[in-house]
Design a protein around this ligand. Sequence first.
Ligand SMILES: *Cc1c(COP(=O)(O)O)cnc(C)c1O
Length: 384
Amino acid sequence: MGELEVGFDVPAVPGMGAGDVQTPCLVLDLDALERNVAKLGAYLRERGVRHRAHCKMHRSVDVARLQLELGGACGICCQKVSEAEVFARAGFRDILVSHEVRDAAKIDRLARLALLGARTIVLVDDPANVAELSAAARRHGTTIECLVELDCGGGLCGVTSADEAVRLARAIAAAPGLAFAGLQAYQGRMQHLERHEERRAAAAAAAARAREAVEALAASGFACAIVGGGGTGSLEFDAESEVFNELQCGSYAFLDDEYGRLLDREGLRIDRREGGAWENALFVLSSIVSKTRSGSAVCDAGLKVMSFEAGPPAVHGRHDVRYVRWSDEHGLLDDPGDALGVGDRLRLVPGHCDPTCNLHDFYVGLRGDRVEVVWPVSARGKSW
Ligand SMILES: *Cc1c(COP(=O)(O)O)cnc(C)c1O
């Protein structure tokens, strides 16, 4: 990146000190990221469950490679066809588009992913979709593997009974160009239930519905090579359910404040603030730009660099200051001890990582206080 001008093209270049990084920008604590990735890999391996890393959160081919190489992930999930195309072009060979695809142009592009060398898997919840997918796969001479999506309590997509799952599996298996690959039973809603016991109960209910469908499919001669689901909030329950064989956790790698607030079995936060399992690896690095009043300070990070629907960011490693108000370009901090001065830097932990990452072009990867890598947010904006 030697030709690039720091501050114009990029917020940082490898080798520079963290103090010279242009703010506000996304930074990754590479040590923390690697520990999270290795930890989940080992955790699932011990339980005999595969990890298919969900990349909608980071949209980064570099982070995904780490999840495959260091974490042992078997493949990836993308949420959108355009997102999947970025990863397929970057050389990823096993991609699940964890959504139904119902638009003719998108279906055609999905069928062509395999021409880039990627095993392609998609979700289906409607027999009418089977013929569309089959026609596209035949047109391109490719195979699309299909998971029947079961609504296991989320109330969004997915068939609503085991009987419907069997009917759909039968249609998929009979369709040229398609292959029945198993069941998808992801429930997003339960991921953020704060209390451990609530999450455990919701995960048990979802797993029971998934088990019923898997058994009905097996009884009709359809073995599920993949039974997929699971996210950061439910992974410990899903991993022990003996129903799922592939978990799709994504946010665990970076963590965010909304996930950090979840409570573990002992009633303690799951982030490291109280010694929990996962470390904050993603931050919005921000600088103090104004300190004209006693009791507060202003930083350069507002709505354009973070999502706020899960609340304002936490200030990492500081108990003396609090991020309390925001506008497009500014953040106001409570600073009762007047500890902050112009030029001071804060690591903000965003409320919700997925939409925050999508606001940026780059991740600045720090090893300690040094910039080691600058990674593009490869599929930024690929939401169609
Ligand atoms: C978002 C998503 C996940 C990952 O959830 P995290 O909370 O980020 O771990 C898994 N599966 C599906 C289908 C998803 O949409």
